[in-house]
Design a protein around this ligand. Structure first.
Ligand code: GLP
Length: 244
């Protein structure tokens, strides 16, 4: 099976991500779209803000895919991220989110999972990749069938969190499982920057398995991987992957 890998210059990353998202949303009248946070998808959301009609953003039903187990109103929470980068898109519907302030986070994960399932699951999911290969908060070692849950974060993820949260860095997160993410009808994996080059090569050219959750996307029937040139730098030249 080959996967649709696209490599673009950094300056074109946002517009290429928008084109890929529009392409994946096209078969659906009102697509349920899972939204990654983090620095990688910011150019996509900025491109959406500048061309909401082209993307038919008003028809999208947006869902968060994860949330840090920290205070919901923290500047580093995903809720804050969506206020800053999603809610400013003209016509965009509010993101259905995990409630980081819920008193029982395990129950909160179940509630969110039911809300998503009741709408029929995700049509399109936009994903980033962690430096350890995680998708949302599905850390290395996660089973392909794991579902939505409250989960412990890997040490590497906590280290990344410390860069923003400082001493408040959470040890847990709420996340859709690989079951819901890989169960999306189509997927768009985004990666940019030289610091993602080795994990991108591992995910796209290494063994497929739970040690690198992003590698499972190679088994997905409709996945696009969009990379900038820096993130693609360690892919084998002339490798078996189809590039466009
Ligand atoms: C976090 C999130 C992921 C995100 C990843 C990459 O850990 N849980 O959903 O994809 O980081 O973030 P960034 O794009 O900032 O590298």
């Amino acid at each position: 099976m080959s996967i649709d890998v696209r490599v673009v210059p950094s300056a074109a990353f946002g517009s290429a991500a928008l084109d890929a998202l529009v392409e994946l949303c096209k078969p659906f009248a009102s697509p349920a779209v899972g939204l990654a946070t983090g620095s990688t998808p910011i150019p996509l959301y900025e491109a959406l803000r500048d061309a909401p009609a082209h993307a038919k953003v008003e028809a999208m039903r947006p869902f968060a895919i994860d949330e840090w187990g920290g205070p919901a109103d923290h500047p580093c929470s995903n809720a804050t991220f969506f206020r800053r980068y999603w809610d400013v898109i003209p016509g965009a519907r509010p993101v259905v989110q995990f409630d980081a302030a819920a008193p029982d986070p395990e129950q909160e994960a179940i509630r969110f999972g039911k809300a998503l399932a009741a709408t029929g699951g995700l049509d399109v999911v936009v994903l980033g990749i962690g430096r350890n290969g995680h998708l949302a908060f599905n850390e290395p070692g996660t089973s392909r069938t794991a579902s939505v849950r409250w989960t412990a974060l890997a040490a590497t993820t906590r280290a990344s969190a410390r860069a923003c949260f400082g001493d408040d860095a959470p040890a847990h997160g709420l996340t859709l499982g690989l079951a819901e993410l890989l169960g999306a009808r189509s997927a768009l994996l985004l990666a940019s920057g030289a610091h993602k080059a080795s994990i991108v090569a591992r995910a796209l050219e290494g063994e497929i398995g739970p040690e690198c959750p992003a590698s499972f996307l190679r088994e997905h029937p409709r996945a696009i991987v969009l990379l900038d040139q820096e993130a693609a730098a360690q892919l084998r030249p002339g490798g078996s992957l189809r590039r466009s």
